[in-house]
Design a binder for this molecule. Structure first.
Ligand code: PXP
Length: 243
């Protein structure tokens, strides 16, 4: 039985698709990755369908939406194109993120404060389709308040600034901002998730913060999986060529 206070893990499998798109091959298959992650205990599968389709493709979204046993957390920009897709496939969760074509990965949180009217329309439309909306925001009290204003039940607090901090002092400062945001967000009645840049070295302190419901982690898990599996992949190839 699941412990209700257990922190949940959403596994982001974008980089399985990155590897596939790099070569234009059929593998690695995101569906296979998702099923393995679910079997290993992932509570949700997170994918980011980017406007430029640099990794996850529409086909991935369709296949996953028909097959996942847990939940799909679809990250997307607040655009009409993405809203139409979300309404069609109806994921359990939808996380609205800022997106710019030049960035390597999502670089900062949404500015909910200055885009309240715009974002409220998307929050309402998604809620009407029974999709739980989350807003990816920086750990800033005004952004939490704005998230409540636009009617989002969930926020995902951006942990990237904490993860990228170059010295102990600034890491502590970023950590304190996250801790305070979690406390304040819970007081405002928001469900607080967190993610971005979390890895095997920096996750423990974030995971120790009371009041975070779910962490979304991708890059470090996929990177770790390479080395968990590289030795046996070489053994298998060696066996094949000498058969
Ligand atoms: N949460 C959000 C909103 C993201 O955009 C991403 C990256 O796609 C993640 C979590 C996962 O970040 P990482 O791959 O650094 O673990």
């Amino acid at each position: 039985m699941k412990n209700l206070n257990e922190m949940l893990l959403g596994v982001n499998i974008d980089h399985i698709a990155t590897l596939r798109q790099q070569r234009g091959t059929r593998y690695p298959e995101t569906l296979q990755a998702a099923l393995v992650a679910e079997q290993a205990g992932a509570d949700a599968i997170t994918i980011h369908l980017r406007e430029d389709r640099r990794h996850i493709q529409d086909r991935d979204v369709d296949l996953l939406s028909n097959t996942l046993q847990t939940r799909m957390n679809l990250e997307m920009a607040a655009t009409d194109e993405m809203l139409t897709i979300a309404q069609k496939i109806s994921p359990e969760d939808c996380c609205l993120v800022p997106e710019s074509r030049e960035e390597l990965t999502t670089e900062g949180g949404l500015n909910v404060l200055t885009n309240q009217e715009y974002l409220a329309d998307y929050c309402i439309a998604l809620a009407e389709s029974n999709i739980r909306v989350s807003l990816f925001i920086d750990a800033v009290p005004e952004q939490l308040e704005a998230a409540v204003e636009v009617g989002a039940p969930v926020v995902e607090v951006h942990t990237g600034h904490y993860a990228d901090a170059s010295d102990r002092q600034s890491r502590q400062t970023e950590f304190d901002k996250i801790r305070q945001a979690v406390e304040y967000g819970n007081k405002l009645g928001l469900q607080i998730n967190a993610g971005h840049g979390l890895d095997y070295h920096n996750v423990s302190s974030i995971a120790a913060i009371q009041g975070i419901k779910e962490l979304n982690i991708g890059h470090s898990i996929i990177a770790r999986a390479l080395f968990s599996g590289l030795a046996s992949a070489v053994v298998e190839m060696k066996a094949l060529i000498n058969r």
